[in-house]
Design a protein around this ligand. Structure first.
Ligand SMILES: Nc1ncnc2c1ncn2[C@@H]1O[C@H](COP(=O)(O)OP(=O)(O)OP(=O)(O)O)[C@@H](O)[C@H]1O
Length: 232
């Protein structure tokens, strides 16, 4: 389970989230612009600190204001992928993949590069990659740390439709191979329909709805019992 009960005030905006989600499958996080999706993303990643509350993932407390627990981002076991596939421009694909990875991760480089279709690109710098290739490297870098949870913030919105299709297909394959749960922010209903088996809708800083969403990909093999879903 992922248990999220947090509040945070940002100027006039107040985030007040109370949700329990299964620690598996792909959770689509949607809502109007300004509803708090990115704010929640930063809080889960540990880049922003809630005013109060608790975050637990698969039995592990990541944040608990009352107990004074605030696990640093690098120790949360959470991989992050952003819209623009942030990479170090002066480092090769190989060094981007290895940057910040755990000692011993180099052994994973080959199989991961193969799975991501990056084997022939390891010596290149990001400036000589297409947008889709850059985004695949960004996903690879997030996976090098063997995260227990992957957070993706509009990972394909900057790509043209063909590349978008590539990356979405890759995410489906990765999920099938690793089973790593994902939280996927998007404005695009077709991406959510395709990938997500649970959809959390935010509105004005709060959870407005949590519903099952039988994506064509996940339907049938990641059924989630309704008693595992709870919106506060
Ligand atoms: N540091 C900050 N200080 C004050 N207000 C902030 C800060 N960061 C975000 N906000 C406000 O918090 C609200 C939620 O923003 P957030 O970026 O989380 O929304 P979002 O759902 O991700 O939007 P979008 O879909 O446009 O990316 C907005 O009203 C925003 O202006």
């Amino acid at each position: 389970m992922i248990e999220i009960r947090v509040t945070k005030r940002q100027g006039a905006f107040r985030l007040d989230i109370d949700a329990t989600l299964p620690f598996r499958g792909i959770c689509g996080l949607i809502g109007p612009s300004g509803s708090g999706k990115s704010s929640l993303f930063s809080i889960l990643a540990g880049h922003d600190r809630p005013d109060e509350g608790v975050i637990r993932a698969d039995g592990r407390t990541l944040f608990d204001s009352a107990a004074g627990i605030d696990v640093p981002p690098a120790q949360r076991g959470i991989g992050l992928v952003f819209q623009d596939g942030l990479l170090f421009p002066h480092l090769s694909v190989r060094r981007n993949l290895l940057y910040g990875a755990r000692p011993g991760a180099a052994a994973r480089l080959e199989s991961l590069s193969e799975a991501l279709g990056l084997s022939g690109l390891l010596g290149r710098r990001p400036g000589r990659l297409s947008g889709g290739e850059r985004q695949r490297v960004a996903i690879g870098r997030a996976l090098m740390a063997e995260p227990r949870l992957l957070l993706l913030d509009e990972p394909v919105s900057a790509l043209d439709p063909a590349l978008r299709e590539d990356v979405l297909g890759l995410l489906e394959t990765l999920h099938a191979q690793t089973g790593t749960p994902m939280i996927y922010i998007s404005h695009a209903p077709e991406e959510i329909r395709r990938l997500a088996n649970i959809v959390v809708t935010l509105n004005n800083g709060a959870v407005a709805d949590i519903s099952h969403h039988p994506s064509p990909y996940l339907r049938g093999h990641t059924a989630v019992p309704s008693d595992m879903l709870k919106a506060g």
